[in-house]
Design a protein around this ligand. Structure first.
Ligand SMILES: NC(=O)c1ccc[n+]([C@@H]2O[C@H](COP(=O)([O-])OP(=O)(O)OC[C@H]3O[C@@H](n4cnc5c(N)ncnc54)[C@H](O)[C@@H]3O)[C@@H](O)[C@H]2O)c1
Length: 465
């Protein structure tokens, strides 16, 4: 029964209900079949989807903690230029709404509607007539229900990462976006970071030749923040580590890599295998803290390997327990060049007679960095000066791109299928870890359209906006 409940939490509550006997539940090698059984008949019709242009996008934000309050600030330029307005703010803690409201008053004269009486007040915000876009910045377990409810009430939705927990969540999101014709985007800010866009632009210009392998990660020592009694609302992030084990935070590494590899645009994820180390560092740190949780199932380091249909490989890591410098790795290996991040370094194969097997010297690296600066970054460097940028600039670029695409009625850079594919790695890694790293096939959330779609929307520069 325990294993059945575990499988249902990751695959979906309806999963396994119709399966006779216990074969699927007990046999790890039957898991691929269980995953294939989750397939729904989606059409891929939200790929490249454009909606009516919205001259000024009315935004409602749910969750005004660390993330919601930073993202709110990213709207200043857009509000001052009549591209967007914050029309509603919601948080279950009234003090968070008050703080956000006084911040907003510095640059927006119109007052938003506030919601902070009850835990489900966010539904009223999602039903507020003039809201065009819901921005969801709450703890992880609320993202899918909020996004589904938003779309069903006619709103476009943008959710913080990860957008869903189980494969069923992700299928529901894809199906609902297709049915309601509403955009549903998981806002992955690292896709918009200057270094990742520089690598993408080099890929677009053939610097790497044919790509064979990539590595990405979320390696961030979060022990102090997760164990703090004030940083996260009600220890929500720490609780995730108590009874789950896998890669919970896939997208900071995987989002940019998916763009490097044209995932959903001529290639797609084929299968994965995942393994976690034992847990040591978080429980050690918890001993000396006041946090009410002391034992954790999530291993210190999770390593997941993904293979794509065209034979490229991705190594993805997740570790928020170990004391170490921050890294997303950001490695790309191709037939002509290799990039490694943290710090950013470049190796160009045809310079090996001159340089041997060494990274480019700083002067030459700087030339590449200048020559291949992504056009989006070039353009936004001028308009974003003097405004708060968030995470070194990428948060502003992300919100600017989202709102401007809605203003112009253009497809978004990250569609609902990207969102589902990147988030699916979490439940699949948990299933694989719990089943001796058994290899699992990815569901095809695009309904086969990854074979024909070839536009990488993030490469477009909006000409006059
Ligand atoms: N992309 C990034 O760089 C980045 C950075 C930080 C956080 N995040 C993501 O942002 C999300 C929020 O993280 P955070 O650090 O801001 O957490 P947080 O705990 O600081 O904020 C969550 C907020 O949600 C509110 N909330 C809880 N239940 C609610 C309800 N029923 N209705 C309305 N509000 C409710 C809480 O009061 C709190 O203010 C997470 O998904 C996290 O992964 C992303």
């Amino acid at each position: 029964m325990e294993r059945k409940k575990f499988l249902q939490s990751l695959i979906g509550t309806s999963a396994l209900l119709t399966v006779p006997g216990s074969k699927y539940v007990e046999d790890a090698y039957a898991l691929p079949e269980v995953i294939r059984d989750t397939n729904r008949s989606v059409t891929g019709s939200m790929i490249g989807y454009s909606d009516e242009p919205i001259e000024k996008v009315n935004v409602g934000i749910i969750g005004l903690g660390n993330r919601g309050s930073v993202l709110l600030e990213m709207f200043q330029w857009l509000v001052e230029n009549d591209r967007a307005e914050i029309v509603a703010l919601c948080d279950v803690q009234p003090k968070k709404v008050e703080a956000a409201s006084s911040k907003l008053a510095n640059w927006q004269t119109a007052k938003p509607t506030f919601y902070s009486d009850k835990p489900d007040d966010w539904k009223k915000l999602a039903q507020q007539d003039n809201v065009d876009l819901l921005l969801i910045c709450t703890p992880w377990n609320m993202h899918t229900p909020m996004a589904l409810f938003g779309m069903r009430n006619g709103k476009h939705v943008a959710s913080e990462v990860p957008i869903g927990y189980s494969l069923e969540d992700l299928w529901n999101l894809v199906e609902t976006a297709e049915e309601t014709r509403r955009h549903c985007i998981m806002i992955e800010n690292c896709c918009y970071n200057e270094e990742e866009l520089f690598v993408l632009n080099m890929i677009n210009n053939g610097v790497f030749g044919d790509i064979t392998h990539t590595e990405g990660a979320y390696l961030h020592d979060l022990r102090d923040l997760m164990l703090s009694d004030t940083y996260y609302y009600d220890y929500w992030r720490l609780k995730e580590h108590v009874s789950r084990d896998g890669n919970f935070y896939t997208t900071h590494g995987l989002g940019p890599i998916s763009f490097y590899l044209n995932i959903g645009r001529g290639d797609t994820f084929s299968h994965l295998t995942s393994m976690s180390s034992r847990e040591m560092s978080l429980s050690e740190a918890a001993k000396d803290s006041t946090a009410p949780y002391k034992d954790f199932k999530c291993g210190d380091m999770n390593t997941t390997l993904i293979k794509t249909e065209l034979g490229k490989t991705i190594m993805l890591q997740f570790d928020v327990h170990t004391g170490r410098p921050y890294s997303r790795i950001n490695k790309v290996c191709g037939t002509k060049a290799v990039h490694d991040g943290y710090p950013s370094r470049l190796y160009i194969d045809d310079k090996k007679t001159e340089l041997g097997h060494r990274w480019l010297p700083q002067e030459l690296y700087d030339e590449y960095r200048q020559n291949y600066m992504h056009p989006i970054i070039k353009k936004l460097k001028t308009i974003s000066q003097g405004f708060r940028q968030g995470h070194g600039g990428m948060d502003f670029v992300m919100i600017y791109r989202l709102i401007t695409a809605l203003n112009l009625g253009l497809p978004l850079d990250i569609n609902v299928y990207d969102s589902a594919m990147w988030a699916a790695v979490t439940p699949m890694s948990e299933l694989s870890v719990a089943s001796k790293s058994v290899s699992l096939p990815f569901p095809d959330f695009t309904g086969g359209t990854w074979k024909t779609h070839d536009q990488l929307e993030i490469n477009r520069v909006f000409k006059d906006a």
